[in-house]
Each structure stands twice: as C-alpha cells, then as structure tokens.
Design a protein around this ligand. Structure first.
Ligand code: NAI
Ligand code: 13P
Length: 358
C-alpha cells in the first residue's frame, strides 16, 4: 500500500474485504464490516468470508446466517462466503484473520501467495503460538512477509454473540502506523461497534492473550463454587501479572488499563458466554484437560496458550503465579483445590512493587 495514503483514501481502498475464518468472531466481524459500510452509505463495499466447510459457505450465501456459531443472527447482504481462500483474497486490500492461533501459521502458508501485495492484514486472534511463543502479529509478519505498518490487531471486550446481537460495544484497533489504525477503525465503525485506535500493538495483543488464561483461573474458581471476592482477587492480580509481562515486552501501562486490558479481562471473566471461563469451570468441577477439550465445541485459546505464556514469562524473568497455577491444573500436576492453597501460600509482598510503576 502507498504509505502516503491518508485514512480516507485507505478506506476507499477497503471496499473489497476478505475475512478468513467463519467461526463466531470471523462471522461477527464480517457482519460489523458489512453493517459499517452500509451505515456510511457505501453500497459498493463487499465482505467475502472464507469458510472451511462447504455447508457454512452455502448457508451464509443462501440463508444469510451461520447458525452453528450465531443462532438467530441475520448477516447483511454485502457479506458472502466461499470455500476458496484465493477467491476471497482476490482484490482484497483489507484481510481479516480469525483462525485459531495454533493453526494460523500452517493456514497462512497455504494462502500467502493469494494475499494481494500491499494489503492491510488484521489479526482478530487472542493466542500465543506454542513452540515459538510468537504473538499472532509476529506469525503474520513472518509468514506473509509484510511490513509492520501494514498490520493491525483488533482486541477488546468483544464477546462475539453480544456484538452480533448489536449490543453497543467498544474495541481497540492497534497498528504501528496510526493512519492504518484509523483506516481500519473507520472501516469497522458500525452503529453498535466503536473502535478506538492505539499504536501499542504488543500491549493490545498481550492483554487479549493473557486474559484468556486469567479467565480459565476465574472459571476454575467458579467450578469450585467460590464467590465474588475470590474472583475479583484473581482478576485484579491477573491484571498485575499481565501488566508485568506486557511492560517487559514493550507494552504500555495505559493500554493495560484500557479496553483491551482491563476491559476485556472483566468481560471475559464475568461472562457465561466466554469459552475460556467455561473451560475453566469444567476444570474446577473436576474434569481433566482432555475431557474439557472434548466438551468444548469452540476455540478456548487459553488452554493451549497458557504454557506458551508461562514460557515467555520465564524467558523474560517475569513472575506469573496465576498463569503458573493454571498450567499446573491443566497438566494435572495439581488439583483445583491445591491451586488456591498454592496462590495463598506465597510469600507476602507489596501490592505494587516499585518496578511495576514505571
Ligand atoms: N468468539 C469471540 O467472542 C472472540 C474470539 N476471539 C478470537 O478469535 C479467534 C477465533 O475464534 P472464534 O472465531 O471465536 O473461534 P471458533 O471456534 O468460533 O471458530 C474458529 C473458526 O476457525 C476454523 N478453523 C478451525 N481450525 C482451523 C484450521 N486448522 N485452519 C483454518 N481454520 C480453522 C473453524 O472451522 C471455525 O470456522 C480466537 O483467537 C479467539 O480468541 C476474539 C474476540 C472475541
Ligand atoms: O475474547 C473474547 C471476548 O473479548 C472471547 O472470549 P472467549 O474466547 O473466552 O469466549
């Protein structure tokens, strides 16, 4: 993309949009983009969703629904679907990725030659790659060989079904280049969806990744029948450990207090719609990780990302006791009951050590 372009010209360029992934968030975000175009009177814009399953693509094209993920939701007419990724990507200046984190790299390798040169690529994902500890923006830059200024991430308190129901929601679009963040925010600005911009890509991404692990911890508490004091304690100390990790990787403190930090943490840890909190609840009720995986029909990124988060933190010398306890429960090393004892038995310390304040 011509870097001289301002946000308005980029938006004109965003008339053909590809969304890869027809799960709950990919389909919902396609609806947001379609509704956003209609709201600004742009009847030429079109969103093409790439779906793996032919039935999903046929349903989106024929019925304008995707009931498996979004029951009772009608998609706008400017959203269609295909099982051919190259067809979705043809001419698309804006490419949105909503594929489970552990599959992203493999999937990008299959489609990279079809991504238009200069396209802006947006990650909706909230996971860390196992084996490399790479954030999704890093995987995208490696596999698509795009420059950092052509990349954006979207994250915030964004439970897909609530947004698909058009319940008012705010979010964050982060990009190293503010004008790219602005252009993506304009393209995704629907009557019920308000994106703010940020240039702290690492901080925004890390907030989304780690809150899934903290939501597992809150779910475990729920499954054991714990009340709100316990859960608020886990949420707040969860934010403290998320912040430590994010700051060590160049994230900013203000980001952690914003929509993609505190906002997403609160939404996910409070909502019965959260897959991560649900997975945690099942663990807290005594199921094993394999039994939880069998029971879940949608992606709960925290289950697979938690060990990578812990590994990344260890590399940076960052203490993440809640994440460590969640990993130990997932791996069957401790029971949910032992998790509480382990967290409460730690050495006493200041709530706000000096090194966290800068
Ligand atoms: N659902 C939500 O409320 C939100 C989800 N996210 C994030 O969005 C990402 C996607 O999540 P969802 O759409 O919710 O997941 P989902 O489980 O609803 O759907 C995942 C989609 O990816 C496809 N898929 C699965 N394995 C694949 C593979 N190997 N290659 C290609 N496609 C594959 C599935 O067929 C499905 O269409 C995750 O990182 C999640 O953390 C972020 C914000 C909100
Ligand atoms: O990221 C989300 C809300 O912001 C969705 O959370 P779950 O993946 O736990 O459902």
């Amino acid at each position: 993309m011509n870097q001289q372009m301002d946000g308005e010209n980029m938006q004109a360029d965003f008339r053909r949009i590809a969304v890869l992934g027809a799960g709950s968030w990919g389909t919902t975000f396609a609806k947001v983009l379609g509704d956003a175009a209609l709201a600004r009177g742009d009847h030429a814009a079109h969103v093409t969703v790439w779906a793996r399953r032919a039935e999903a693509a046929e349903e989106i094209n024929g019925e304008h629904t995707n009931v498996r993920y979004l029951p009772d939701i009608a998609l706008p007419r400017n959203v269609s679907a295909t099982v051919d990724a190259a067809e979705a990507l043809q001419g698309a200046a804006l490419v949105i990725l909503a594929i489970p984190a552990q599959s992203l790299r493999e999937q990008l390798r299959e489609v990279s030659s079809a991504v238009e040169p200069g396209a802006v690529v947006v990650s909706l994902m909230k996971g860390l790659e196992r084996g490399t500890d790479a954030r999704m923006s890093e995987v995208i830059m490696q596999e698509l060989a795009i420059a950092p200024e052509h990349l954006a991430v979207v994250s915030g308190p964004n439970l897909a079904l609530e947004i698909a129901r058009e319940e008012p929601t705010a979010s964050v679009v982060a990009a190293a280049d503010e004008s790219v963040a602005t252009a993506v925010a304009q393209a995704a600005s629907a009557p019920y969806f308000r994106p703010y911009t940020n240039t702290d890509v690492a901080g925004v991404e890390l907030g989304g990744i780690v809150k899934n692990v903290i939501a597992l911890a809150v779910g475990i508490c729920d499954g054991m029948g714990m009340g709100d004091n316990t859960k608020a304690s886990v949420i707040t100390r969860g934010l403290a450990e998320t912040t430590r990790l994010a700051l060590s990787l160049g994230g900013r403190l203000e980001t952690m207090a914003g929509l993609s930090g505190l906002g997403d943490l609160v939404a996910t840890c409070s909502s019965p719609l959260s897959r991560n909190r649900t997975a945690g609840r099942l663990l807290g009720e005594g199921r094993t990780r394999d039994q939880v995986a069998e029971a879940m029909t949608q992606t709960a990124e925290g289950v697979k990302s938690a060990p990578a988060v812990l590994h990344l933190a260890a590399q940076r010398g960052i203490e993440m006791p809640i994440t460590e306890a969640v990993v130990a429960v997932l791996e069957g090393q401790i029971t949910p009951e032992q998790m509480g004892a382990r967290l409460l038995g730690r050495d006493l310390k200041s709530e706000r050590p000096a090194k966290e304040t800068h």
